[in-house]
Design a protein around this ligand. Sequence first.
Ligand code: XMP
Length: 514
Amino acid sequence: MTNEYVLILDFGGQYNQLIARRVRECSVYCEVKPYNKVSIDEIRRLSPKGIIFTGGPQSVYGENAPAVDRQIFELGIPILGICYGSQLMAHLLGGEVETCVTSEYGKTETCYDKDCVLFSTIKNMPEKAVSWMSHTDYISKLPEGFRVTAHTENCPCAAMANDEKKLYAVQFHPEVNHTQYGLDMLDSFLKNVCCCTGDWTMENYAEKAIRDIREKVGSGKVLLALSGGVDSSVLAALLSKAVGNQLTCIFVDHGFMRKNEGDEVEAAFKDWDINFIRVNAKDRFMDKLRGVSDPETKRKAIGEEFIRVFEAEAKKIGKVDFLAQGTIYPDVIESGAGDAAVIKSHHNVGGLPDYVDFKEIIEPLKMLFKDETRKLGQELGLSETLVWRQPFPGPGLAIRIIGEITDEKLEILQDADWIFREEIAKAGMDRDINQYFAVLTNNRSVGVMGDFRTYDYTLALRAVETTDFMTAEFSRIPYEVLAVCSSRIVNEVKNINRVVYDITTKPPATIEWE
Ligand code: XMP
């Protein structure tokens, strides 16, 4: 079975991945492709049920402004233009676009025409609702055959439609949560205009992926570097269902996992039909890091040692046929060309493919978003702990201990981090905060414990909310929760006498401290 397919033409806007995620949330499979990488013939071949033009930073009249072949409007395929995409549609079809007298940015009250199919099918949708705007140009003259279907105080055409040709355009961003009923509008376009039934589910995906993997792998051997992170764990589960013990997972435990985490990963895969190799390599890594306090040197040393350990284990297995990688769709989109292997290998496993003897790379998750990967993991019966694990950097706690790493500092950090995570979970915030952890600073300060003076470490707590990890807000954890964390940490963890909360956004700070 092949899924219903929607093509998203990417004009470089900031919410493009988000559009794709929302379409998938509507149970419709879609792919994002750069606007200049798909020809009309290719679109005909793909035969999408619908096309979405994304936003973009340019003006349609700008030099080298992204555009598409006008023939796209003659294919009989429904199209939805969003923001820049809406202006491009107007421009290419003979309308006009001008600079706004007053630009609109942010939440904007919008009046909708309830006769338009995008809005009329939404239950209880009022005529006025908030939409999310971000534009400095607007459609000043509609192309022939179009009518205005929404407006705001400053934008006479916040949406337009040509029902006969199934062409729709919205100046606002329905994909952004702040647009009330935005997801419903997208759903309406997909179901009522493109006539999609919504056949994209992780249950179907698992079945198909398992079949495809079996066909590709045959009786070959597959090797996977398992980190215990969501992507590699879900991949291990999928491959295990597909090819069972033809799969070997190598879990290099560098000793910088969070408290008990190495054992948890091992336990999670204990009963699976795979060859699971855990390499306890903490001593080797600690040796390499002795005397090292520079963040980049630490990262490099860990990356190199990881490869050496992995390589040594892989050699014991002998020749493998396939090296599996947990590349997911955001990596593919960000690479622009769809050549994901390159990104991931230097991002995550430091050029691993060069060191291991294998025939081919397989990346069975490469069309999935993170939330879909999690759903697939649930579908495959992976434990909640692994499915909902927050992102954890490859070098682990080594880059959360500022300065030289010692066994003592590692233990302090593991204990403090454990308490922080426990309290966040107790407060019911563990799924809302995207990443939260403790950092052992190299700072020591004076304190008082009972009647005694102390001179101990300062621990920093970091918690962020983000969709893409490129930008992040610090999480507004209630003071009461922070108070409990602080009090428990200074009381239960030796050598910490001060706790601070990191209230910096990214940028200018990064999420990790090193
Ligand atoms: P920064 O600190 O750059 O982190 O704001 C952004 C996200 O990336 C994670 N991170 C890593 N992930 N290997 C990884 O797989 C790494 O070396 C690495 N360094 C940072 C970080 O935890 C955050 O989620």
